[in-house]
Design a protein around this ligand. Structure first.
Ligand code: ZN
Ligand code: ZN
Length: 308
């Protein structure tokens, strides 16, 4: 997330938010001033769900949350009906890599992510499967599974927290660009760690699946259903894309302003098979109020339920 995010998001506080929809819609929210402040921000942006980092996303420094912060987060979420709360893991973590020292550091950092997610009482923790550069895809896959299991050892017995593996843009060496790969990772985690998938629309599109045409999107959702199961996708990252379909370039764009387009988001949000999911934007903030405009853009697409 860009510097100045908190400042931009504070700008949006000046006018009241659009009323919540029947769906859970939110945005990645700044934690400037403390994680608990993000709940207030998300509410003022008109969200009824949100995502945060639980510490600085590009630093290894271990970070502990205070009991007061965690309690404040619970109180605000209750007060504003903000659920689920999704935590996004630090970008530095790579459990799939070929460098053992780096993997060890990643396991320690990921355990910290799990501990903070539990302390906050958040429902989901999102992790990118990682890059196997310097090794093979098979060893990379094995390392991710082992790394997650080691990091989670003894922590996730009560099943309250669900780990979400996110699909990626499918760049060279990165795991998770294909739905089958995510499914394979989830299958290997079965019995050890409660896990499901987080699907990012920008990543789907640039890794070569069609979301743009109605027929293509139907095929893509069908593929998601047969590999992962649409029910096993509790969180969608709603991002339009700056880059071309199949380009493997991960550049997020404002909803409706990119190569995916408004119609595709309208179809997803109103698909009867996806009504259980939370839809969370991770769109850029190029000018003040962009966060509010993207949340509003998603909300405007939600059609009221019509009884047959
Ligand atoms: Zn994402
Ligand atoms: Zn992305």
């Amino acid at each position: 997330m860009a510097r100045g995010l908190a400042q931009e998001q504070n700008q949006a506080f000046k006018r009241p938010a659009r009323a919540p929809t029947r769906l859970r819609i939110g945005i990645h929210t700044s934690i400037a001033g403390g994680v608990e402040n993000a709940a207030e921000r998300a509410h003022r942006l008109g969200c009824n769900t949100f995502q945060i980092f639980s510490s600085s996303p590009r630093q290894w420094k271990p970070h502990r949350l205070t009991a007061e912060q965690c309690q404040a987060m619970r109180t605000f979420r209750e007060q504003y009906d903000l659920k689920p709360l999704v935590i996004h893991s630090n970008y530095l973590i790579n459990l799939a890599g070929a460098n053992p020292a780096f993997v060890r550091q990643s396991i320690i950092a990921f355990r910290g992510e799990l501990e903070r997610t539990l302390a906050l009482g958040a429902e989901y923790l999102v992790l990118h499967p990682g890059s196997y550069r310097g090794g093979t895809r098979e060893t990379g896959m094995r390392r991710v599974v082992e790394g997650i299991e080691q990091a989670a050892d003894g922590l996730l017995r009560d099943g309250r927290l669900i780990l979400l593996l996110e699909n990626t843009a499918g760049a060279e060496f990165s795991l998770g660009g294909r739905f089958e790969q995510l499914a394979e990772l989830l299958q290997q985690l079965q019995g050890a760690v409660p896990a499901a998938a987080c699907i990012d629309t920008c990543h789907v599109h640039v890794s070569g699946y069609d979301l743009v045409t109605a027929e293509g999107a139907e095929v893509t959702l069908g593929l998601l259903d047969t590999t992962l199961g649409l029910k096993n996708i509790p969180v969608w990252h709603c991002n339009d894309a700056k880059a071309a379909p199949g380009s493997h370039l991960d550049r997020h764009q404002h909803i409706g302003k990119g190569t995916i387009g408004t119609a595709a988001f309208g179809r997803l949000l109103n698909d009867p098979r996806l009504q259980h999911a939370a839809f969370i934007a991770e769109t850029p903030i190029d000018k003040p109020g962009d966060d509010r405009r993207n949340v509003d853009a998603l909300k405007r697409l939600v059609r009221p339920i019509t009884l047959q």
